[in-house]
Structure formats: structure tokens, C-alpha cells
Design a protein. Sequence first.
Length: 272
Amino acid sequence: MATFPLPSTSLRPKSMKSTVYCLFGALFALTSACKKEPVAFNPEACSAPFVAPVLADAYRYPLRPGTAAWAQLRTGQQMLDTCQLPPAVLATISTPGLVETCLEYPLLPDIFARTVEYHGMQSLLQRFNGLVELQRRPDAAAVLLARYQRMGAGCVPPTGQAAYSFAFGYVEYWLAHEPVVQQLSAAQRRDLVREAVRKYDAKKPRTDDVYGVYGLKTAVFVMARVLHAARYAPFEAALAADPALGVFLAEANIQGRPQLLAPIVEQARKFQ
């Protein structure tokens, strides 16, 4: 079973490590702050938690956080260089294998070191050659959409819930990336919006104990990006009337206004 990486380092020098840990801890606290009673894991309530596929051509990173060899890396740049994919891998890996490889990228959680985590994701989209290659693949959008459709947000495992929840955010950020949205046909965009709404609806009952507002906003970010790409009139009218919506569209930043999300979801439900 593949495991998604959790924050253990930063692209910045080691002096930033404590900042990464603190930011991640604060973010995870937001997902749990309102928790009253833990929701019992009930395997009968859904088919099963999503298990990431193990693909034969997925890359195995030679160094990972928590190992003695990783501890010898002294700078963020050394960590970044160590985790780059070899050219031969980039040339031969399948797109599904590349997606799983990117989800296992050891520095992926470093996006939470940024005040606006989407800025961190944008940085990785430029600095990690696996994500650079993924953006070049003509089938990237279709593969990501198919992967997203297989992920079950409502069926959460009893352990590893933070990693499980953040994996949705990573995929949703990639699906919302403008070059990926542009790859999708009109029918695929409708499918993606419907799927993002389904994910939102599945996450919402587990907001307090698993997903937090972060988990909701990444699904809504996908909806907003697709509605805007389609020039959906109700969304465009709302965008013209509310500058805060423009900020959200640009960087998935709700600026302390979670109420921004519900109107976008309602527009997405009507999108045809």
C-alpha cells in the first residue's frame, strides 16, 4: 500500500524545519479544532478507503525523510536535487506511474511552509522535474481525472487520516492547474465538476475531524477554475462583483471567509 508523505523537511535550509512542522501542526489542528466526538470507523459505511495503486514503473525515491542518509542532507537545495527524477525515468515512465511518483514526492508536504499553500504548490510545479514532466504530458488531465474519480473521500481509514486527507488536496491542486484544465474537453470538464462536488459532499460531514476547511476549499478550487475556464455566466457575474472571489480563483485563498465556498458549490451543481 502506498503511503503519502507527511511534512518532514523544507525546500529551505534546515533552520526552516521547525517552521514547517509548526505550520503543518497548525493546519492539522484546524482540521480537528471543532471535533466533539470522534467518528468511529465503520467499514460497512462505504466500500473501502482508497488504496493508491502500486504501479511497476513508479519511481522509488532512493532517499526519504526519516532515514540516516536523508539526515546527512544539509540544505533545502540538496534535498531538492536528491529528489529529482533521473532523465531516463522521465523519458520512459507512464503517465499513471508519473502521477503516483509525484504523490510520493518526499518534499510535497512542504507546500504547507507557505502562508498560502497554493504558492508552495506553484513553486513545486516549477522546481520538481516530475511535476514539470507531468504538465507536458498530453494525457495528464485525463489520467488525473480518472485517478480522482477512484478516490473515496467519504471512506476514511482509522489511521493515517492526515496523509489520506491531504492527498486529495494535492490531486485537486493539480487538477485546478490551468494547463490541466485546458486539456479537458467540455464533457470532461463537466465530469470533473461533478466529481469535485461529490468529493465536497463526502468531505463535509468529516470537516471537523478529518478534512477541515482546507479539504473543502481544494475541492471548491477545482470547481471555480473549471467554471471560469468555461466562462460560466453565473460564476463570471459573481467574480465581477466580489474581489475576494478573484483572490480565491487565483490562489485558493479564502482570506478567512469560508462563506465564499458555498455559493461556488451551488453554481457547480447547476453547471451543465
